[in-house]
Ligand binder design. Structure first.
Ligand code: PEP
Ligand code: MG
Length: 882
């Protein structure tokens, strides 16, 4: 007994995708639930694999099983394969387990030859239709099976149109088409040395072999590689009786969704054309009608279609995308699949299906692709708007903005303050441009990648950015930008779309982000399900408020260096750095103290009732000093002028200090708590500012939870020492103010040694927060900027790394350290709270891992909070299912 290679549609089911491929399993499933599917059979993927195993030969027993299966179709349709009066025609299509659209080939109308075409003409009383079907068949067969170039057939068709003096294929008469058929046959004889096979069984055999072969054509191989589809699973072959939508005015074809795929509204949505085949709908020769008008055209068919689409949706428990054909008043379903949809539609469909009792809340949560939500959380361009796209760069920070272009941060700030909407356009941005970025609606740069300063800062601020837009030629001297030979002066209105990277001339109507009722409801369900808390990274009251609005349960990282970067404070910060003695430094610190107190007061107040994790100063001090090159230029100029001695001296002192502070590897240098160890007075000032703000708020009746976080710890002794500095500040403030307040002190885990000695570190910590940006850099031993700019693309291309480890957590390496950190930390300190605040805290896959290793919270940018909430709920759902 040979294996069973052939399954009639009624013998299969949806669960047999491995054996029957996705399409075959689906056709079988639809047949078995009683839908009007044209009868057919599927040749298994196993047959394809055996074909290759046998050195490209049909496996034994396969052909013997096809005859009876064809017989079954003949019985069901009342037609006969090869019969000259009433011929059965079939389609032959590939269908692997995973959909590979357009990668392998399809043959329609198989079974036609010089005799059966006449039978088809007579039985349909439509010779034109019959010969058109025949010439399409020869063309597809010639191209796919016999490998005669497609364009050679097209040339013959063109000649026929010229001869008959018409423009469209559809205008060719039966006579002309007969001529085309003869031309095609001659072409095949010429190119292959054999006549076109007229014997239908021969046609079928060759077509099946061609589908097997197409599994290994170049484009299929590439597609599999890109989509990680294994090479050894083979394709199934589906042989199905043809139905025709072009048999007169009681025939037609169409495509419909069971719900609106743009909005998710529960209405039948789609189009159809009477007296047409699928290709005619696509070709756009006639305009298809909205599905609703089928009701007027043919009430009975419409009613049957509505009923069928309802039962398909109920069966698959999701919105369906259905292809159908009506042949002489009879409805046939050719395909159904879960419909592709926009993000708003995905949410509405999932929520409504749950409300309708079709799916559970957990399923509704699991149905949403968190990454897709990004587009809903930012302003976006009205998709109806006409756009004059003048350049394209990298989609560096999502969202859209319009404004007058300016080329200087000071000018952006000046105009921004007058209420003018501006876009800051620079070759690149630096920390010196922060004020301009803050005042601008969006950022456009001609250089730099997805992790350039502009991109990182813009994402953090939730502002749109397009970076690395190389078509831009910026001329700072004349304040112009030239794109493709056209020069635009400062003040020209531009728009940017940071989601796609497009740069557009003029203003564009925008749609504000809003959380729809359905989205809010879904997030409510996510809150019920998830166990991870979701906090936000924010360092000013405005962002903190945004985070609250999006549902953040506190702040997981407040980076205090952003407060030091404020242009108004930079001179004082520099005074602090340049101080030669402790008393001198304390003068500067005393000036910073009230400013910092106001910063913390504002944030703690917005976040009343929730924890606010404030990280003490992290970056190396030279970041707050001017750039060496600029200083050298200034000094040279002053020397040449020779009359501003005092200024020259000041600059020279500054240059010496900048040089003294500059480091070979700032990422691995004098930063983080190493600053606190060498300049404890800086951390003491920050702690005092936090606690003074806390004392005021407590007096005002607010419930506040400050958490002081020490960065870049490698040794428990660092933490113990700085803990003491912090506690002393708290005691002093409480004594001075006569109030008490609760606070905690914890650390970031950002270097392998901290994770490896987490049991020791935890003895001095109330909480850990994994700083996975640095932990990834220090574990992998390369800096993010160097890696992404230079060699990381090669690592990804060569599959050495599966993902960019700075975007998607490296679970195996960095993740192992995290797991160890959590375990050791909790062993030594069972009450230890553990979270993450690196960029991975907003990445759905990384969030899943954080759930799995038992973190208490994730912290991410305010705009990603809803995504993180959903991802956290999905992680809870999937871990429950295991
Ligand atoms: C980190 O290292 O993950 C982190 C959050 O700190 P930063 O990105 O500020 O270095
Ligand atoms: Mg860090």
């Amino acid at each position: 007994m040979s294996k069973k290679f052939v399954y009639l549609f009624r013998e299969g089911q949806a669960s047999m995708r491995d054996l029957l491929g996705g399409k075959g399993a689906n056709l079988a499933e639809m047949t078995n639930i009683g839908l009007p599917v044209p009868p057919g059979f599927t040749i298994t993927t196993e047959a394809c694999n055996d074909y290759y195993a046998l050195g490209r030969n049909l496996p034994e027993g396969l052909w013997e099983q096809i005859g009876p299966a064809l017989g079954d179709i003949e019985k069901a349709t009342g037609k006969k394969f090869g019969d000259k009066d009433n011929p059965l025609l079939v389609s032959v299509r590939s269908g692997a387990k995973f959909s590979m659209p357009g990668m392998m080939d399809t043959i329609l109308n198989l079974g036609l030859n010089d005799e059966t075409v006449e039978g088809l003409a007579a039985s349909t009383q439509n010779a034109r239709f019959a010969y058109d079907s025949y010439r399409r068949f020869i063309q597809m067969f010639g191209d796919v099976v016999l490998e005669v170039e497609h364009h050679e057939f097209e040339r013959i068709l063109e000649e026929a149109k010229e001869k008959q003096n018409v423009n469209y294929d559809s205008e060719l008469t039966a006579e002309s088409l007969k001529g085309v058929v003869e031309g095609y046959k001659r072409l095949i004889q010429r190119r292959t040395g054999s006549p076109f096979p007229l014997e239908p069984m021969k046609q079928l055999e060759q077509a099946i072999l061609a589908v097997f072969r197409s599994w290994n054509n170049d484009r299929a191989i590439v597609y599999r590689r890109i989509n990680s589809i294994p090479d050894n699973i083979g394709t199934a072959v589906n042989v199905q009786s043809m139905v025709f939508g072009n048999m007169g005015n009681d025939s037609g074809t169409g495509v419909a969704f069971t719900r609106n795929p743009s909005t998710g509204e529960r209405v039948l949505y789609g189009e159809y054309l009477m007296n047409a085949q699928g290709e005619d709908v696509v070709a756009g020769i006639r305009t298809p009608q909205p599905i609703k008008s089928l009701e007027d055209e043919n009430q009975a068919i419409y009613a049957q279609f509505v009923e069928t689409s309802n039962s398909l949706e109920a069966h698959y428990r999701d919105m369906q995308d259905i292809e159908f054909t009506i042949e002489r008043g009879r409805l046939y379903i050719l395909q159904t699949r879960n419909g592709k949809r926009t993000a708003p539609a995905a949410i509405r469909v999932a929520v409504e299906l749950c409300r309708e009792g079709v799916i559970s809340k957990e399923e509704a949560i699991a149905r949403i692709e968190p990454g897709q939500l990004d587009q809903l959380l930012h302003r976006r361009m009205d998709s109806e708007a006409k756009l004059e796209v003048i350049a394209k760069g990298l989609p560096a920070s999502p969202g859209a903005a319009s404004g007058k272009i300016v080329f200087d941060a000071d000018e952006a700030e000046r105009l921004g303050h007058t209420g003018e909407k501006v876009l800051l356009v620079r070759t690149e941005t630096t920390p010196d441009d922060i004020h301009g970025i803050l005042a601008a609606q969006g950022i456009l740069t001609s250089r730099g990648g997805m992790t350039s300063h502009a991109a990182v800062v813009a994402r953090h601020m939730g502002k749109p950015a397009v970076c690395g837009c190389e078509a831009l030629r910026i001329d700072y001297a004349h304040n112009t930008v030239t794109i493709d030979g056209v020069t635009y002066p400062e003040g020209t209105l531009f728009s940017i779309d940071g989601t796609t990277g497009r740069v557009i001339k003029g203003a564009v109507p925008m749609i504000d982000p809003e959380l729809s009722e359905e989205f809010k409801e879904l997030l409510g369900w996510a809150d019920e399900i998830r166990t991870l808390k979701v906090l936000a990274n924010a360092d000013n009251p405005r962002d903190a408020q945004k985070a609250r609005d999006f549902g953040a349960q506190g702040i997981g990282l407040c980076r205090t260096e952003h407060m030091f970067m404020d242009p108004a404070r930079i001179p004082i910060v520099q005074e602090m750095i340049l101080a030669q003695t402790l008393p001198e430094r304390e003068v500067a610190l005393a000036k910073l103290l009230p400013m910092q107190e106001e910063d913390f007061y504002g944030i703690l107040k917005v976040m009343a009732g929730f924890p606010v994790t404030i990280r003490l100063l992290d970056p190396p001090l030279h970041e707050f000093l001017p750039n060496v090159e600029e200083l050298v230029v200034d000094i040279t100029k002053l020397k040449l002028q020779g009359d501003r001695e005092e200024e020259l001296n000041e600059k020279e002192v500054l240059l010496r200090k900048v040089r003294a502070l500059s480091e070979m590897n700032p990422m691995l240098g004098h930063r983080g708590c190493r600053l606190g160890i060498t300049f404890p007075e800086i951390y003491a000032m920050q702690a005092r500012a936090i606690f003074q703000a806390a004392a005021r708020l407590v007096k005002e009746g607010y419930e506040i939870y400050p958490e002081v976080m020490i960065p870049l710890v490698i040794h428990v002794k660092e933490l113990a020492k700085l803990r003491k500095v912090t506690e002393e500040a708290a005691q002093t403030v409480m004594a001075e103010q006569g109030v008490t307040f609760a606070y905690t002190i914890g650390t970031m885990i950002e270097v392998p040694r901290a994770a490896l000695t987490a049991d020791e570190v935890a003895t001095a910590a109330d909480f850990f927060s994994f700083g996975t940006n640095d932990l990834t850099q220090t574990t992998l031993g390369f800096s993010r900027d160097d890696a992404e700019g230079k060699f990381l693309p090669a690592y990804l291309e060569q599959n050495i790394l599966e993902h960019n480890p700075f975007a998607v957590l490296d679970r195996i390496g960095v993740g192992k350290l995290m797991k160890m950190g959590v375990q050791l930390g909790r062993e030594a300190n069972p009450g230890l709270k553990v979270g993450i605040c690196g960029e991975h805290g907003g990445d759905p896959s990384s969030i899943e891992f954080c759930h799995q290793i038992g973190l208490n919270y994730v912290s991410c940018s305010p705009f990603r909070v809803p995504i993180a909430c959903l991802a956290a709920a999905q992680a809870a759902v999937s871990s429950k299912g295991q």
